[in-house]
Ligand binder design. Structure first.
Ligand SMILES: N[C@@H](CCC(=O)N[C@@H](CS)C(=O)NCC(=O)O)C(=O)O
Length: 309
């Protein structure tokens, strides 16, 4: 049985990125389905306030943000690599672009009036309204593109992907799949959920063929678990070993908050127990989950100490 628990929901593009990587790696996993909007009490028990989807749990360690989760998965099973040496560096740069710029173009564009009912298939009008309000509150400062502007940007980005594949290479950066492919594929996957919107992909045959290749990795083998079972595993679970490399103003044991800087600015409070240039880890105690180590990447997260009164 696998120790890796993915907390996700079916319609989440970032979850699809991780599911595809788990398929590519051939790592069996446990699946916990989380709500697609607040409230999420069982998520909060494990993450301490981080609300975004997906997150990953191994014992009493919780990993937030797919950029970090994918690195952890690669360290668990290095072969086949998600970060091949030949494209090291550029693969992360393309993945970061796909996780931000491409994602925030593809998702609002797909959720235009012609697309939303296909993506949120079984949602009642009340649920659609609640979902819209939840996302508006999660990202209050975002100026969403009009459908016309979104279409122009998306065509430009798809043309760039098509150019990357122009010489017949199977994956975006060459012969081998990399994190860049999985990050970009999540947006194509989301667009394809809405057939009236997905028609625009037909102008990009190389992108379509590439997506089929990435999609063929599948989602690996998984078994279902309830959130209550996952919380019980955290309460009994061991913690992964930690390393700490002090930085100016940050010492082991400090009380801190860690907060995403891009959207869903919910601070998670805890004791600083792990630190490196790539990762910050805080320990926090929940009455049901016990003491959980919550891991975040450094990029797009802010570590803050409470201000003295
Ligand atoms: N940078 C984050 C982004 C995650 C993200 O935005 N996920 C979306 C779903 S695909 C989300 O959290 N939506 C709100 C929610 O699920 O509550 C990551 O890589 O994990």
């Amino acid at each position: 049985m696998s120790d890796l628990i993915l907390h996700h929901y079916a319609g989440s593009p970032f979850s699809e990125k991780v599911r595809l990587i788990l398929g590519f790696k051939g790592i069996p996993w446990r699946s916990v389905i989380v709500p697609n909007m607040l409230p999420k009490p069982d998520v909060m028990a494990l993450t301490g306030g981080y609300r975004r989807t997906p997150f990953m749990q191994i014992g009493a360690d919780v990993y937030c943000d797919t950029a970090l989760m994918c690195r952890v998965i690669d360290a668990l099973k290095p072969e086949p690599p998600s970060y091949p040496m030949a494209t090291s560096g550029i693969a992360d740069v393309v993945a970061q672009w796909a996780d931000t710029t491409l994602f925030w173009t593809a998702v609002p564009f797909t959720l235009q009036p012609a697309g939303a009912p296909h993506v949120l298939k079984d949602a009642t009008p009340e649920m659609l309204k609640a979902f819209g309000a939840d996302r508006a509150a999660m990202n209050p400062n975002m100026r969403r593109a009009t459908v016309t502007d979104g279409a122009a940007a998306l065509h430009t980005y798809l043309a760039r992907l098509e150019h990357m594949l122009h010489d017949g290479q199977p994956f975006l950066l060459g012969a081998l799949p990399s994190i860049a492919d999985f990050s970009a594929a999540q947006s194509i996957w989301f667009i394809r959920l809405a057939p009236p919107v997905a028609a625009l992909l037909e102008a990009y045959p190389k992108v379509c063929a590439w997506y089929e290749r990435v999609n063929a990795f599948g989602q690996g083998s998984f078994t279902k678990m309830t959130s209550a079972e996952a919380i019980a595993i955290a309460a009994q679970g061991a913690h992964a070993p930690l390393s700490f490399s002090a930085e100016p103003g940050l010492a082991q044991g400090d009380d801190v908050t860690v907060t995403p800087t891009d959207y869903a600015h919910d601070p998670v409070a805890g004791r600083l127990v792990g630190l490196s240039r790539q990762e910050v880890v805080i320990a926090r105690t929940d009455e049901r989950a016990g003491t959980v180590h919550v891991h975040f990447p450094r990029i797009a997260f802010q570590i803050k100490k409470p201000q003295p009164a």
